[in-house]
Each structure stands twice: as structure tokens, then as C-alpha cells.
Design a protein around this ligand. Structure first.
Ligand code: SF4
Ligand SMILES: [Zn+2]
Ligand SMILES: [Zn+2]
Length: 304
């Protein structure tokens, strides 16, 4: 099997694009695709200061690596969620990566705010760890970006993440979530930083291959709270469909962005109109008190 562009042997076959590529042409294909996504969806420019949320996993490390390589101004934020060995190991990977590639990193420990890690908080509040974790991560990433003068917040969501979320939201017709699913979420409140997903058109498999070829050492271990997650179940189903019909995932996602999303404009407008400042912290919310402040208050009440 030979590379489509040179005489070297191909190391990967991309069925979605009908391409066989050598290592060098594959990595430049991924970088060009990310650059094209940035330009096409106007995610940011070279004047922006971009904060990338890094977890120690392949997608977030690839995101900051590629943006840095393309010449964008980036810094990473690792949030220590206090989830036992998983957090310890992922933090080690994130720090080792930033030292190896000379990329600035900030570390935020949620135990400083709550005195507890995600698993303990969720047990105390009798809520699912991932729902608590999602609220806390989103809040800290946005707040840190806003307070430190970043103009863009980038996350490492890949195509498989995006398609699994879309699939799940379509199955239950979650209009509010469907309205907000996109590669770019614009700034709709003074204290809300623009959010982007530069890897949204790169599949999980492509992302893993890119990290290996670039010798980006990432955490392979799954978060213990991810066990049995519905998103993993949906990803497996979507992979089976992709196996039979290559490029289905990409088409499903892009067609939603191009043609499906417009049907949810009313829900989007309703949410934007309902957005105001949290009575406690001043950050955006559709409630009187934002979910982060609610969690913090409950933790203080129950652990005090
Ligand atoms: S699996 Fe759940 S708890 Fe673990 S990092 Fe992801 S969102 Fe947080
Ligand atoms: Zn080649
Ligand atoms: Zn608040």
C-alpha cells in the first residue's frame, strides 16, 4: 500500500476520504484540515490569545500542539479534578507534554475551591459525577480565560465526540442543546469568552494516529467515572455504521451544521434572551444563581 502523494509506504488508510497516506503526508493532511476549519468557520486569527483546555488526553494535547505549530498564540489550562490516580497521571502527562514542546501551561486545582474532588462532590450532592464535572470544568475554563484576557477558549472535542453528542440530542430532540451545537459558540455575554473546537472535523482514530506519529505522549487510562457512559455506547454504534458506510459521521455532522441547525434558531434565540448575570458571581446563566455557585453553596452547606 503506497502513499497517494509519494513513494513511501502508507501508514494509514482514511476510508472517509478514500486516501492512503505515509506518516508525513498524513500529519500535514491533519494540520491543513485544522487550518481550513479555523479559516472556514472563522474561529480565530493570529491576533487572538487562545486558552486551550488540556486534560492530558490526545485530543486536547493535539489541539494545542497543532495551533502552536500553525503559529497561533496559545496557552494551556489543566484543571486538576482531584479524581485519584487518574488526575495524578493525566496531570503528569500534561506537564511532561508542555515541557517537551515548550508550551505555557496553567494549573487549576478544584480542591482549592471545594476542598473535595469531583467524585466526593458528586457523592455528597447525590448527583452523577459527569454532570457535576461538566458544570465545574465549563465554568472554570471560561472564568480563567475571561480573567486572564484570553479572547478565545479552545477545547479538544473531536468528530466522534461531536457526532455522539449530536446523535444523543437528536434521539431525544433536545432543542436547546441542538441549537447550541457548533464548531464556534460566539460571545453572548460580557463575561462569556468565545468557544471553539478546532478538531471538530478530525476523527478519534485520526487524532490517535496523529499523536503517535508526533510522539505526543498522552494518557490512555479512562477516567473511572466514564465507565458505562452513554456516549461510549453511542460511539460504538456510530463506528459500526461508519464501518459499513464510510464518511457517515462527517456527513451527519456537517449536514447538521450546514442545513439542520437553522431549524433550532428559535430555541437559540430564547436561550440567548434568557442569559443574564448570576446574582452571586456575575457570570452568565439562565437561572437566578448559576449552577457553579449552586454546587459550591450546597457543598459548603453539606460538608460544613
Ligand atoms: S468522565 Fe466524567 S468525571 Fe471523568 S473527566 Fe469526564 S466528565 Fe469528568
Ligand atoms: Zn507520502
Ligand atoms: Zn454564579
Amino acid at each position: 500500500m503506497k502513499c497517494k502523494f509519494c513513494d513511501k509506504p502508507a501508514v494509514i488508510k482514511l476510508r472517509a476520504y478514500n486516501l492512503k497516506l505515509c506518516g508525513e503526508h498524513f500529519t500535514s493532511f491533519i494540520e491543513q484540515r485544522v487550518e481550513k476549519t479555523i479559516k472556514k468557520y472563522r474561529l480565530f486569527t493570529k491576533n487572538d490569545r487562545i486558552l486551550v483546555g488540556i486534560s492530558g488526553g490526545k485530543d486536547s494535547l493535539n489541539t494545542i500542539y497543532i495551533l502552536n505549530k500553525l503559529g497561533y498564540k496559545t496557552e494551556g489550562l489543566y484543571i486538576d479534578l482531584g479524581i485519584g490516580d487518574y488526575s495524578k497521571h493525566s496531570k503528569e502527562k500534561a506537564i511532561a507534554f508542555t515541557e517537551k514542546f515548550d508550551i505555557p501551561i496553567h494549573i487549576y486545582e478544584i480542591k482549592k475551591d471545594f476542598g473535595l474532588g469531583i467524585t466526593e462532590i458528586s457523592m455528597l450532592l447525590r448527583r452523577k459525577p459527569c454532570s457535576v464535572c461538566g458544570v465545574i470544568k465549563r465554568y472554570i475554563l471560561n472564568k480563567f480565560a475571561y480573567e486572564n484576557g484570553f479572547t478565545v477558549l479552545a477545547t479538544g472535542h473531536n468528530l466522534d465526540d461531536e457526532v455522539a453528542t449530536l446523535f444523543s440530542n437528536v434521539l431525544s430532540w433536545q432543542e436547546g442543546y441542538l441549537a447550541r451545537q457548533d464548531i464556534l459558540l460566539p460571545r453572548k455575554h460580557d463575561k462569556l469568552v468565545k468557544k471553539v473546537k478546532p478538531l471538530a472535523l478530525i476523527s478519534e482514530k485520526e487524532s490517535a494516529a496523529y499523536a503517535i506519529l508526533k510522539q505526543i505522549d498522552y494518557i490512555r487510562e479512562e477516567c473511572p467515572n466514564a465507565k458505562g457512559a452513554t456516549s461510549i455506547f453511542y460511539k460504538n454504534i456510530l463506528n459500526q455504521i461508519e464501518e459499513k458506510q464510510p464518511s457517515t459521521k462527517l456527513r451527519f455532522y456537517l449536514d447538521f451544521i450546514r442545513r439542520g441547525k437553522k431549524f433550532f434558531e428559535k430555541a437559540l434565540k430564547e436561550r440567548e434572551d434568557a442569559l443574564h448575570s448570576c446574582k452571586v458571581c456575575g457570570y452568565p446563566t439562565t437561572r437566578e444563581v448559576c449552577q457553579y455557585c449552586t454546587i459550591k453553596n450546597e457543598v459548603q452547606k453539606r460538608s460544613g
